[in-house]
Design a protein around this ligand. Structure first.
Ligand SMILES: NC(=O)C1=CN([C@@H]2O[C@H](COP(=O)(O)OP(=O)(O)OC[C@H]3O[C@@H](n4cnc5c(N)ncnc54)[C@H](O)[C@@H]3O)[C@@H](O)[C@H]2O)C=CC1
Ligand SMILES: O=C([O-])CC(=O)C(=O)O
Length: 257
């Protein structure tokens, strides 16, 4: 299986590196990066350096194309991949909630689009519950201050990270609203919404804890089939916004595919 990756940041590089070290039956065929000169040095560290190509060409190189570059490029990557019948693995799940054009792609091609369990997990159980009736879904995410630095929602809500002294709730509302304010921080809410009750019926609380060392995600789903509760304390990766489990969830998905 040829895998092509968009974006060589915290997740993309971890996935590229792991495939290069050896995953049976999987070859890293191509990457698309924003700055090819900067990436060239990194790619030289790999035993089998992949081709460096444009985003729109990834579909020519990969049976599976893994997006780890951000929701702003998801459409550019997704169109050629889905039209050519390839499979798309999308880390920036929030794009399918906040962009109407991407929401349409999700409806039309969902069998070819894989949303990894990311920094959360447990989505198989939530999807199974959605086959019956889900009454309520609640996600409470608690993050260290560094994880939210630069998020547009902080400015819009008038939150000053420096002034926080203890755990503080910065947002409460639907997943759809959460992704408008925190598009790079709550893909977990999108993944949960897409697996379960949708972005308008998935309720999200976002807390900031200046003393937190992990990204904590607590999920509660009430359905006619029963009640699910779990929590994940995920260690940050080289990117303080992103848990290291997110890249590992891509590797686990690739092995399954
Ligand atoms: N589903 C989930 O549970 C999670 C999803 N994410 C999302 O996954 C995505 C990747 O996360 P990270 O690797 O931590 O981000 P990152 O910021 O470390 O890496 C993103 C990379 O994409 C590259 N990039 C940006 N625009 C590009 C373009 N036009 N062409 C090629 N490359 C481009 C950047 O140069 C950067 O190297 C983000 O959208 C993030 O919000 C992150 C954590 C968990
Ligand atoms: O990595 C995490 O803990 C969650 C995250 O960034 C996201 O959902 O976008």
């Amino acid at each position: 299986m040829n895998v092509a990756i968009a974006g060589l940041g915290a997740i993309g590089w971890a996935v590229a590196h792991a495939i290069d070290k050896g995953m049976p039956g999987i070859t890293l065929s191509a990457v698309a990066v924003r700055d090819p000169d900067a990436a060239a040095e990194r790619l030289r560290m790999l035993a089998h350096p992949p081709a460096c190509v444009a985003l729109a060409s990834l579909a020519d190189y990969g049976d599976v194309v893994v997006e780890c570059a951000g929701a702003h490029v998801l459409r550019e990557i997704a169109d050629p991949v889905l039209e050519s019948g390839r499979q798309l693995v999308a880390m920036s799940a929030g794009g399918f909630v906040s962009s109407p054009a991407l929401a349409l792609l999700w409806q039309r091609y969902r069998s070819q689009i894989h949303i990894p369990s990311g920094a959360l997990g447990g989505l198989d159980a939530v999807a199974a519950m959605a086959e019956g009736h889900i009454d309520t879904v609640r996600l409470v995410s608690t993050k260290p201050a560094a994880a939210l630095r630069g998020a547009p929602g902080l400015t819009q809500l008038g939150i000053d990270l420096q002034s926080l002294t203890g755990p503080t709730q910065v947002f409460g509302g639907t997943a759809a609203q959460a992704l408008e304010l925190f598009p790079d921080n709550l893909n977990v809410a999108a993944a949960l919404a897409l697996a379960g009750a949708g972005a308008h019926r998935t309720m999200v609380e976002l807390w900031l804890d200046p003393h937190a060392r992990t990204n904590r995600h607590e999920v509660e789903v009430q359905a006619d089939s029963g009640r699910l509760r779990f929590s994940m304390d995920a260690m940050p990766s080289s990117n303080p916004r992103t848990s290291s489990l997110a890249a590992q969830s891509v590797l686990a998905l690739l092995r399954r595919l």
